[in-house]
Design a protein. Structure first.
Length: 335
């Protein structure tokens, strides 16, 4: 083949050049890998994900929980999800709320001191006869130093605000992959030899509940997927109105509006995605979402804040649940 190519063209074509010539339709451009190579890379990544040690750990932990409690798999998934999310996510949410409150108090303190600092800096620059721009530069440096010192004193670094995401997303992802592995009997030959994969699959196939008797097949009535979408949307809604007075709930910036559309779009997409998954997966997602709603409602309770020592702010409502009802009424009246 190479010889014939050389005879016809008069040039020494390399293997890559021949591929580009005869399989050009399989390339995005001349420097791309073939589609087969890309597909192979994706398959390798996919296999790596489903065989991660963390995924296998969650599979075994859920199976041990099922065997220890003696509950059917649907009950084990619900109870395991509720317990795990409460033990891991709720403390992270409490920390996040504490940090948010502390940062509010910290910035109030700093803002009170800044005018005097600015005046003192300008006066010092005038007395020393320094260039005009020096006052602003020194003021900025001192303000940044004060900010850094106060962050340490209040123990409220901004990264702690996102602690729930740092914890919840990996746990959610590993649990989702683990349940999908169990409900589809996906496992490597080594895993099949060392773990009762088939037994767990058969258990999941008969230990569903109500309208979804099998956890290894999609929900035939699409009820679980709708619940998944509803819980996702409810959590987004509760988060978006958390610190808004009822009177300002309809006043949103363009950025907030676009972000809301994006997040609610994800919630809508979760419905068809859940509809094509084994019922074990939307059951897990729905339970996780429902527990998230409970946590979002708990952390705004004045009594709970007092127990876990979340600082009370002047803007915090003493009747948060009545405020939520008022906010919903305002939004419905607007429509």
């Amino acid at each position: 083949m190479l010889n014939s190519a050389r005879l016809k063209t008069g040039f020494n074509l390399t293997t890559k050049q021949l591929l580009l010539k005869h399989q050009g339709t399989n390339f995005r451009h001349r420097n791309c890998l073939p589609v087969a190579y890309l597909s192979s890379g994706f398959d390798s990544m996919y296999k790596m994900m489903i065989n991660l040690p963390a995924v296998h750990y969650m599979e075994d932990t859920m199976a041990q929980f099922h065997d220890y409690t003696g509950l059917p798999w649907f009950g084990s998934i619900i109870l395991f999800t509720a317990g795990l999310r409460t033990m891991i996510s709720l403390p992270a949410q409490v920390t996040s709320h504490k940090v948010a409150a502390k940062r509010t108090l910290m910035f109030e303190e700093i803002n009170k001191a800044l005018p005097a600092l600015k005046e003192a800096t300008a006066k010092h620059v005038r007395l020393k006869g320094l260039p005009a721009g020096e006052a602003a530069a020194r003021y900025k440096r001192v303000a940044q130093t004060i900010h850094s010192v106060r962050v340490i004193e209040y123990n409220c670094h901004m990264s702690k605000l996102f602690l729930p995401l740092y914890i919840q997303i990996p746990v959610w992802l590993f649990n989702s992959i683990a349940l999908r592995n169990l409900s589809l009997m996906r496992a490597s030959p080594e895993r099949l030899a060392s773990s009762p994969v088939e037994e767990r699959f058969l258990q999941l196939g008969t230990e569903g509940a109500l309208w979804f008797p099998s956890l290894t097949s999609p929900d035939p009535f699409f009820i679980l997927p709708v619940i998944v979408g509803a819980t996702f949307a409810t959590n987004i809604f509760l988060t978006s109105i958390r610190n808004r007075p009822p009177e300002t709930v309809i006043n949103v910036t363009k950025y907030e509006k676009r972000m809301s559309i994006f997040l609610y779009g994800i919630a809508v997409l979760m419905v068809p995605l859940s509809a094509i998954q084994p019922s074990a997966l939307p059951l897990y997602w729905a339970t996780s979402g429902a527990i998230g709603i409970v946590h979002n409602l708990i952390v705004i309770s004045p009594k709970f804040k007092k127990i876990v020592k979340i600082p009370q702010l002047p803007v915090d409502s003493i009747t948060p649940y009545q405020d939520i009802r008022r906010k919903i009424s305002i939004l419905l009246d607007r429509k």
